[in-house]
Write a protein that binds this ligand. Structure first.
Ligand code: NAD
Length: 490
């Protein structure tokens, strides 16, 4: 049995003393590729203490010097780009093209955070009263941490960590215990930048490590991305302990197809949204709401797109869709397909239990289309997190928007139309954080906040861009009076 992967604490790789160790599997082959320790609260404490010790010196380091480490990290990530992309595909299952896209967005966040000298600038007002000036400065918080999901192991830490460091905070990352390997590589790259000891730390673990971060008095802010029940737990516990928190949760993203939409591009984009990353994206399309006459052409064209998608090992460049993450996920997804059918849906394309040549043991579910989803059933409200598109048919755009706003989640909604007026109405009325207009995965660029609303987000400031700069800084307002009479004393 292989040695469990280490933690990275105070600029050193440290073997965990954890008694509980999980296997990390390559989901395409169902083979163990590593073992991950579930670190204890004491090990989390070591990482937090290392970060706390590094903080005073790091916050005093000029921001122009701090961002030099980010620029070196960008260079390291570019130089190891293919290795990082392969690592994501092997531990997570997505295709190499998808993994490359993921790493590109991670690097874009490093680039955006490297603009911190300008982003961190404060404000100054002269003579707010006679002879009195007022200024606002941004200062770092201290030790900050992020808790990550399995589905973007190389990108999601970068929604937060580069900004936190650029702002002068020190950091602890807790990767998903299902996909911890890409962050091992990245920690190695960070070590090569010469970042001072303790500024960045990585602790592997699960629930105990998360709760230890949430309870640790030296941790000032927590960023979480994962399922909604855990997001709520993290948000509540962090708040109860007086910490800042930003918690991104699950999703059930509706895509509206209007009768005037362009059939070819709409079908292609919707299929990529629903089946890309095997549906394991928080911005994956999950329900397609066709309006009026869109029903007939769209139902036929999406059936063909689902049936013809090439499924296999993501390392094969020809493959368009890889496996789901674990055998439990596969069983859960297939169970939900069955439940939807029991609730009245018609399986136009049924991807359950496929045979993928050469990968018979892998955790594959083929693209699935469930027509006529029961709008009053449970599955229509449940995040499936697999390659399953449910179809719902309504008569008007108003009905479709009302459907979007009845859903509990608010991560993303998209509209496909050639009508500017319909698109504008949708943009105005849809109660979601990320909106796509003829776009199937409305993933904000690094310089925009990765938004989300209702059951998909708990907090106010999001990851990425200016929101991250605000989240990772404490504003301080100074009001100054310097009467000129005093200068006569010298
Ligand atoms: P998850 O909630 O199971 O796990 C996320 C993290 O929480 C992991 O690090 C895990 O160790 C920890 N965790 C799990 N259970 C816990 C508990 N009871 N107490 C404390 N910590 C716990 O999520 P996942 O399955 O890894 O990721 C998939 C989910 O993430 C989906 O719901 C998806 O929609 C969501 N997601 C959301 C976004 C977004 O931006 N809104 C982005 C990516 C993924």
């Amino acid at each position: 049995m292989s040695t469990p992967i280490p933690n990275f604490i105070a600029d050193a790789w440290q073997a965990s003393a954890a008694t509980e160790v999980l296997e990390v599997t390559d989901p395409a082959k169902a083979e163990t590729i590593a073992r991950v320790p579930l670190s204890s609260a004491a090990e989390v404490d070591l990482a937090v203490q290392a970060a706390a010790e590094a903080f005073p010196e790091w916050r005093r380091t000029p921001v122009t010097d701090r961002v030099q480490f980010l620029l070196k990290l960008k260079h390291e990530m570019e130089s190891h780009f293919e290795e990082l992309a392969r690592s994501i595909t092997i531990e997570c299952g997505k295709t190499l093209a998808e993994s490359r896209g993921e790493m590109r967005r991670a690097i874009e966040n490093v680039e955006t955070a490297a603009g911190a000298p300008a982003l961190l600038q404060g404000q100054f007002s002269e003579d707010i009263a006679s002879g009195i000036d007022e200024l606002m400065i941004r200062q770092p918080l201290g030790v900050c941490a992020c808790i990550c999901p399995f589905n973007f192991p190389g990108m999601i830490p970068f929604w937060f960590m580069p900004y936190a460091l650029a702002c002068g905070n020190t950091y602890v990352v807790k990767p998903s215990e299902r996909t911890p390997l890409t962050m091992q590589l990245i920690a190695g790259l960070i070590a090569r930048t010469g970042l001072p000891k303790g500024v960045f730390n990585l602790v592997n673990g699960g629930r105990e490590a998360v709760d230890a971060l949430l309870d640790h008095p030296l941790v000032k802010a927590v960023s979480f991305v994962g399922s909604t029940p855990v997001a709520k737990h993290v948000y509540a516990r962090a708040a109860a302990n007086g910490k800042r928190a930003q918690c991104q949760g699950g999703a059930k993203n509706p895509l509206l197809v209007l009768p005037d939409a362009d059939p070819e591009s709409t079908t292609r984009i919707v299929a990529d949204s629903g089946f890309g990353c095997a549906g394991q994206r928080c911005l994956a399309g999950s329900l397609v709401v066709t309006v009026g006459k869109a029903r007939s052409w769209f139902t036929e064209s999406i059936r063909e797109a689902a049936a013809s998608r090439v499924v296999g090992n993501g390392l094969d460049e020809q493959v368009q869709m890889g496996p789901v993450i674990t055998s439990q996920s596969k069983a859960r997804i297939e169970g939900l397909i069955g439940q939807a059918v029991n609730e009245g849906a018609k399986p136009l394309v049924d991807g359950r239990d496929p045979k993928i040549a050469g990968y018979e043991r892998g955790y594959f579910v083929r693209p699935t289309i469930l027509d006529e989803m029961n709008p009053n059933g449970d599955v229509v409200r449940t995040e499936i997190f697999g390659p399953v598109l449910g179809l719902i048919h309504v008569n008007t755009v108003d009905d479709a928007i009302a459907f979007v706003n009845r859903g509990a989640y608010g991560n993303m909604a998209c509209i496909f139309t050639t009508s500017g007026a319909s698109a504008r109405k949708f943009r105005y009325e849809a109660e979601v954080g990320n909106v796509g207009v003829n776009i199937g995965v409305a993933a904000p660029m690094a310089f925009f906040p990765f938004s989300g609303a209702r059951e998909s987000f708990f907090g106010d400031l999001h990851g990425q861009g200016r929101h991250a700069i605000e989240f990772f800084t404490q504003t301080k307002v100074v009001i100054e009076r310097w009467p000129k009479e005093w200068s006569r004393r010298f």
